[in-house]
Write a protein of this length. Structure first.
Length: 687
């Protein structure tokens, strides 16, 4: 059922418009479409494509009704979630088990444009897919056929094509966005190449895949992003419009190179599938590991395991983050700090509090305690407590401790794999969640998975209340030698109560699993028992989307097999499981799909949406991928409204140079709506 509703009549820049509110830097309205002023962006954006707005006579005002006809009001009366079963494992019914789908890295996107989110699954092997009967498979493009059922279209889609005309191309990172602004979702497919020139590897590189308009793909030019002759170990990609020219760019994180880490890089898109390296011009280039003062100050290349791009200070410009392994400092780059050929970024890693936490007491590390017991006169060892009796300190034991370096701040951070952005406390700015590996023997100095709250300042500062205060602490079932392999995860509102919940994917160590935390009314979290939430061992890789179209978010999870010796919870393969939401459909909800217009990228990545209902305003951003090897959720945003049956307003700040902001008020809850930049009508589709 398709119904249309318009926004209230408003005045924009003194021009009467029977449509949505439009504001922003030099925003203007002509023939009912809000555009950026001519001087708002340095370069002209590509044509946004056909059928973006209704046909209008050149000099005619839009013919909009004075009274908007809205679809029928739908009102639900949900009860607060009280521990009912939240998810059901529907892997077998979905067809994923029969297909043998296996992987540890997942993305969700509607690449065939049928309104249903599809799945891209890949593994960490550097081997090509064999599409022959019984051949080994590592990459899966799974089309959502409806009813929570999927079909394998990897070969038919052309996604695995190679530049030499073959197929089965290796891919490790996949993120989706409309790179050429033609109305369909393209992809960047990254590969983590072995950086050693002597190592044998298939020779595949990071590629751009342009959508042919029907869900099939052709290899695009790629440009500098492809780096055909270099061994660039990509570990994460986030699509974002860093310079707000209406064309998507790519922020790419790189892991350890042959001799030292590679610098993370920003690539500027040209709107046709090619990219230019603008890292230096944007002020993002770091230094080699040559001088200890540079290392100590956090100025050197990082061993990045995941990246993110989101607007942390609310100025309309996406900021860039790198999640870093090896207990070194994470990186945060604030956008818009100067002029030049592209955006100029300021390094706010340390000042923001994102680099690492303030828990730097190395004496809680059992390895350090053991070292000092064996070397009592070593520097700083006097006064160091003795290790517990169960921790053996026999002479000659190999300790995970370098007394020269491991006492320094640059070795007392975390092993950060992913950072997720989201307004966890509904105060209008984006907070962060870091997903980290932590081992039992390192003590309190290693940064754990935790929530970082944004203070909303122009140069934001993040505070860390701590997992004990937020309810995110875990006791690891009383184990002494526990390991937290919290490498991936997601913020989601599974019960549609308007508060973000948290899913943590823990893997690669014995008896790790998925952890689901529900946010309570007081802002703290409670763990949902696996039998009531998501029961999935070795949870590695996550994609969140409304796969069955009923108005709540479902979850797909990968499965890690590292260090499975003796762990009976490990499956035989990296099998992917699908979990259907069983409770969210009982609450009121609004789903929002955006289409960017002139000056914005067509897929609206980077757009900020604020939905007000029931006295609460929720803030979301459309994301272009984040985290370890490209976590991506569907581009449609789901706003749980709890008991609120009516939507007061939907405000969209579009990702253009003008900062164009539009507000729609004639919107019904419990529908999926489609908003087009500069167009007053709202398309309502019944859930």
């Amino acid at each position: 059922m398709r119904l249309w509703g318009g926004a209230v009549a408003v005045v924009v820049m003194g021009i009467g418009l029977g449509g949505c509110t439009g504001t922003g830097s030099d925003a203007r309205v002509q023939d009912g479409v809000a555009d950026a002023a001519p001087d708002a962006a340095p370069d002209a954006a590509p044509d946004p494509g056909p059928d973006l707005a209704p046909d209008l006579e050149p000099d005619a005002a839009p013919d909009l009704p004075t009274e908007v006809e809205l679809p029928p009001r739908v009102c639900k009366a949900p009860q607060p979630w009280a521990g009912a079963t939240a998810f059901a494992d529907v892997t077998e019914a979905s067809g994923l088990k029969a297909l043998g789908v296996a992987g540890t890295r997942l993305s969700a996107a509607d690449w065939d444009g049928d309104g249903r989110p599809d799945l891209a699954v890949r593994n960490y092997y550097a081997e090509r897919d064999d599409f022959a009967e019984g051949g080994k498979r590592y990459t899966w493009m799974l089309r959502n056929a409806g009813g929570m059922a999927f079909e394998d279209v990897t070969k038919a889609s052309g996604f695995a094509a190679r530049p030499d005309g073959g197929e089965g191309r290796v891919t490790h990172v996949v993120v989706f966005g409309d790179l050429d602004n033609d109305g369909d979702l393209d992809a960047v497919s990254g590969v983590n190449v072995n950086p050693d020139p002597a190592a044998a590897e298939p020779g595949d590189r990071t590629e751009v895949l342009l959508n042919d308009g029907d869900g099939t793909f052709s290899l695009g030019p790629g440009g500098a992003l492809r780096e055909a002759e270099k061994r660039m170990p990509a570990s994460g990609i986030a699509l974002t419009d860093a310079d707000l020219d209406g064309v998507l760019d790519a922020w790419v994180g790189y892991a350890q190179g042959k001799d030292q880490p590679e610098p993370d890089r920003l690539y500027r898109g040209d709107g046709a599938g090619a990219f230019a390296d603008v890292t230096v011009d944007s002020g993002l280039m770091t230094k080699p590991w040559l001088k200890m003062p540079d290392v100590q100050a956090g100025l050197v290349h990082r061993n990045t395991w995941g990246v993110a791009a989101c607007d942390l200070n609310g100025d309309g410009r996406p900021d860039l983050l790198s999640a870093v392994y090896g207990r070194y400092f994470n990186a945060l780059w604030l956008n818009g700090q100067g002029t030049g050929p592209g955006p100029v970024f300021k390094d706010l890693s340390m000042a923001s509090g994102y680099a690492s936490d303030e828990r730097t007491d190395w004496r809680t590390n059992l390895n350090a305690q053991c070292f000092c017991k064996l070397n009592p006169t070593a520097e700083d060892c006097p006064g160091t407590p003795a290790p517990p009796g169960y921790f053996s300190c026999k002479a000659g034991r190999q300790l995970r401790w370098n007394h020269d370096y491991d006492r320094q701040a640059w070795r007392l951070g975390g092993n950060t794999f992913s950072t997720a952005c989201g307004d966890v406390d509904n105060d209008g700015d984006l907070d962060l969640v870091n997903f980290e590996i932590v081992h039992w023997d390192v003590g309190s100095s290693s940064d754990p998975m935790e929530l970082l709250l944004n203070d909303g300042a122009a140069e934001p500062r993040f505070t860390r209340p701590g997992n004990e205060a937020t309810g995110l602490a875990r006791d690891w079932d009383g184990e002494i030698d526990w390991n937290a392999g919290d490498m991936t995860g997601a913020l989601l509102d599974f019960d549609n109560d308007g508060r973000k919940d948290l899913l943590v994917g823990s893997s690669d160590y014995p008896y790790t699993r998925a952890f689901l935390f529900h946010q309570k009314a007081d802002g703290t979290f409670e763990e949902v028992a696996p039998e009531k939430g998501i029961s999935h061992p070795r949870s590695h890789g996550v994609a969140v989307a409304d796969f069955d179209g009923d108005g709540d978010v479902d979850v797909a999870l990968g499965h890690g097999l590292a260090r499975c010796e003796g762990d009976k919870t490990c499956h035989a393969t990296h099998e992917v499981h699908l979990f259907r939401n069983e409770v969210g459909q009982d609450a009121n909800v609004l789903r929002v799909t955006l289409v960017g217009g002139a000056g914005s990228n067509r897929s609206a990545i980077g757009a900020r949406v604020r939905v007000t209902a029931g006295g609460v305003t929720q803030t979301r951003e459309v994301g272009g991928g984040y985290g370890h090897y490209g976590i991506q959720h569907e581009l449609t945003l789901t706003f749980g409204l709890g008991a609120a049956c009516d939507v007061d307003s939907v405000e969209v700040r579009w990702p253009d140079a003008a900062g164009t902001t539009e507000t729609w008020t004639a919107v019904r809850a419990n529908y999926s709506i489609r908003l087009v930049q500069g167009v007053a009508e709202v398309e309502h589709v019944a859930l």
